[in-house]
Design a binder for this molecule. Structure first.
Ligand code: ADP
Length: 295
């Protein structure tokens, strides 16, 4: 930047290097303070009161089901809610909410989430020509896409943003945690089997390493809810989620039984808590949401 005229009295270093004033010093920028590269991101995030990430150590434990139904339960209770699906390789949110085939629209101010009821939803599924198309992206591309999903999207003013990330501790949850410094925390979903609980310990450690609060553990598929009488019968080893939570000194948010209607609603594109709102299992989702807000 040798051809840049320096302000009188400005620093005469030729390179910003590790200078602690590099971001704001006018010297290297011709007298114009450098724009904050995160300004747009911060401005979008500043309009969202609470942000939670829903994680799991393993796939198939019902993480997306929990994300969808917590978001929908919050929306049905009168909150302004967004649901961001960054499960880039296996987006199931569009299917679970009957939004397959929806496309994103936008204008100069950014893209608009797809809405269902009053819920604002964004998923990589809305960018695919064909839902069967695989997403073949390496880490840096994924990071860029997730950033765009936050800063280039008109989320508006929200009370809650629920973020569904793929299982494990890869690029997607890492990017979300790094891009959203004021993340309220993580909800970790597990099933009662010990092996799944062991796997989920890694998610808890991941959050601790990144200083992301663990809002609590949800034990899904805990017992079987009889479709006729609603009685919940234990069928797998009980209490894995509670034990894991106690062992790791994190809150236990509650359990959800296996209810065939949860799978049916998801397959048919309707949120279970709306579809079967009076069932005991729907009550479990609402209780978990309530416990989440107590934390
Ligand atoms: P993950 O996001 O962890 O991969 P999903 O939320 O996609 O898991 O759930 C996997 C499958 O299990 C889906 O078909 C879903 O409908 C079903 N499912 C999840 N939780 C329950 C439950 N409590 N009772 C019945 N089916 C469930």
């Amino acid at each position: 930047m040798s051809n840049v005229e320096k302000k009188p009295g400005a620093c005469d270093k030729t390179a910003c290097g590790a200078c602690s004033h590099a971001a704001t010093c006018p010297s290297a920028h011709g007298g114009v303070p450098a724009a904050d590269p995160n300004a747009k991101l911060k401005s979008r995030l500043g309009r969202i009161r609470r942000k939670i990430i829903v994680m799991s150590g393993k796939g198939g434990v019902g993480k997306s089901t929990v994300a969808v139904n917590l978001a929908m339960a919050a929306m049905l209770s009168g909150q302004r809610v967004g649901l961001l699906d960054v499960d880039l390789h296996g987006p199931s949110v569009p299917t679970m909410l009957g939004l397959e085939g929806q496309k994103l629209v936008g204008d100069d101010s950014g893209f608009y989430p797809v809405t269902v009821g009053g819920l604002s939803v964004l998923s990589v599924g809305f960018l695919l020509k064909n839902p069967d198309d695989p997403v073949v992206w390496r880490g840096p591309v994924k990071i860029g896409v997730i950033r765009q999903f936050i800063e280039d999207v008109n989320w508006g003013d929200l009370d809650l943003l629920v973020i569904d990330v793929p299982p494990g501790t890869g690029d997607e949850p890492l990017t979300v945690c790094q891009l959203i410094p004021d993340l309220d925390g993580a909800v970790i979903v597990t099933t009662p089997q010990k092996v799944a609980a062991v796997d989920v310990r890694k998610s808890v450690s991941f959050c601790k390493d990144l200083n992301v609060p663990v809002l609590g553990v949800v034990e899904n598929m805990s017992g079987f809810a009889c479709p006729k009488c609603g009685e919940i019968t234990p069928i797998l080893r009980e209490g894995g989620g509670k034990k894991l939570a106690d062992d790791m000194h994190v809150p236990f948010l509650g359990s959800i039984p296996i209810d065939p209607m949860i799978a049916t609603s998801g397959d048919e594109g309707r949120a279970f808590v709306e579809d079967s709102g009076r069932s005991p299992a729907a009550g479990c989702f609402r209780e978990i949401l309530h416990n989440l807000y107590q934390g």
